[in-house]
Design a protein around this ligand. Structure first.
Ligand code: GLU
Length: 423
């Protein structure tokens, strides 16, 4: 990965940002001080160092993490990412964000997250499988269908989940599909899970556009990141009649004033490895991409992309955070003062974990739903959650992030308080 093209997200510890966001919400809802000290920490943080024999016979030791922030409302839930710059602080932040995300859409999970420090783009499929199976074995002290259920995240996919499911099942001596979500359909995955993060984000964009009287037909859209969330967001926005004018991946961005067909860009990326160089486009950096003149900006890559230095230059009217943690608290203040409407990550990208919940329920019942049932239930949850957050935002005159946090922190605090402090 060429870090030069992506804004360096190692500069600021995401955990510090996550705690600041939580503190803002705790202040706003006058959270009980005892509850504040509990929710300010992660309940469990596992760090593992494990050897993997590489193809040339040498042994490499990888570092991995699995963190559970809070499991008062149900088992831990959250993805596993493979990234060369992954840190414990990042995984803790992502776990805390999962807690709020599950609470804001009202699904019965706590927040968890995992990562392995590695560069999957430099590894063979065989190395990835071996590393994944050993990592799965190392975190088996925490995961399980009733305990903590991983899912895909940055640089992991349904194949990664299949390996984890198989490894867990081999250790336990029976097939346990519900130990992970985001699996292939053939082994208990759910219809609609691949597109779910983007589909959920688009449902929130449609609701926000209604609120802002923004016509989506012909609206100019810029999307940062062309992984699962970015690619499907581009495809769905294009299908809605919006004009996708900018796209990017880790190699850089592309811009076309007259619009791009995301399907053709995806085919080009599959062939060449990047969106960069797609015919009829100008090349822009990831930073320039965020500042393009557009109506809707969808950050769909990684953390810390919009900060105090570029927030004043953003031209979009609406930001939809398909990524986790793309915006710093300072940038939030700037965007709010500039009247830019931001659909926060914990609401905007909750479609992924919502369909993960549907997948888990289907696995536990051995009863599978049709795709239109999945999409209809996803829509119901996203539209209702957006409405609840918007109502809170208007009632308390706060931005959408603080409103989402106020609802989420309130729900988690209530569950934690109701259960009481053990022993
Ligand atoms: N990795 C996704 C997220 O950040 C999905 C998590 C899940 O489905 O458990 O929301």
């Amino acid at each position: 990965m060429t870090t030069a093209q992506v804004i360096d997200h190692t500069q600021r510890d995401p955990w510090e940002i996550a705690v600041t966001q939580f503190d803002n919400a705790a202040d706003a809802i006058h959270l009980d001080p005892n509850m504040r000290v509990i929710l300010r920490e992660c309940q469990r943080e596992l760090v593992v160092h494990f050897p993997v024999r590489m193809q040339d016979g040498t042994v490499r030791v990888f570092t991995g993490y699995r963190v559970q922030h809070n499991v008062s409302r149900g088992p831990g839930k959250g993805g596993i990412r493979y990234h060369p710059a992954a840190t414990l602080g990042e995984v803790k932040a992502l776990a805390m964000w999962m807690t709020w995300k599950c609470a804001v859409v009202g699904i019965p999970y706590g927040g968890a997250k995992g990562a392995v420090v590695c560069d999957p783009k430099q590894m063979t499929l065989q190395q990835l499988e071996t590393m994944t199976r050993r990592y799965a074995t190392e975190i088996m002290v925490l995961i399980g269908p009733e305990r903590d259920i991983p899912a895909p995240d940055v640089n992991t996919n349904s194949q990664t989940m299949a390996w984890i499911m198989d490894t867990y099942s081999m250790h336990h001596g029976y097939t346990a599909p519900a130990v992970v979500t985001g699996k292939p359909i053939s082994i208990g995955g759910s219809e609609g899970r691949n597109e779910a993060t983007a589909r959920g984000a688009v449902f929130t964009i449609i609701e926000a556009a209604k609120h802002l009287s923004l016509d989506l037909e012909g609206a100019r859209v810029v999307i940062q990141g062309f992984g699962n969330a970015g690619w499907f967001s581009a495809k769905l926005m294009h299908e809605l009649g919006a004009t996708v004018i900018g796209l990017s991946d880790t190699q850089g961005g592309i811009f076309s004033k007259k619009g791009l067909d995301p399907n053709r860009v995806e085919a080009y990326k599959r062939e060449t490895g990047s969106v960069v160089g797609f015919a009829g486009t100008d090349r822009v950096s990831n930073r320039e991409l965020l500042e393009l003149d557009c109506d809707i900006l969808i950050p769909a890559a990684i953390e810390n992309q919009i900060d105090a230095t570029n927030a004043p230059k953003i031209k979009a009217r609406l930001i939809a955070e398909a990524a986790n943690g793309p915006t710093s608290p300072e940038a939030d203040r700037i965007l709010r003062d500039r009247g830019i409407f931001n659909i926060p990550d914990i609401l905007c990208n909750a479609g992924g974990v919502t369909v993960s919940y549907f997948e888990w329920v289907q696995d536990l019942q051995n009863l599978f739903w049709r795709e239109n049932t999945i999409n209809a239930r996803l829509k119901e949850i996203m539209v209702k959650s957006f409405g609840d957050v918007l109502e809170t935002s208007l009632k308390h005159k706060v931005d959408m992030r603080l409103a989402a946090y106020m609802l989420a922190v309130g729900r988690v605090a209530e569950a934690t308080l109701t259960r009481g402090i053990y022993p």
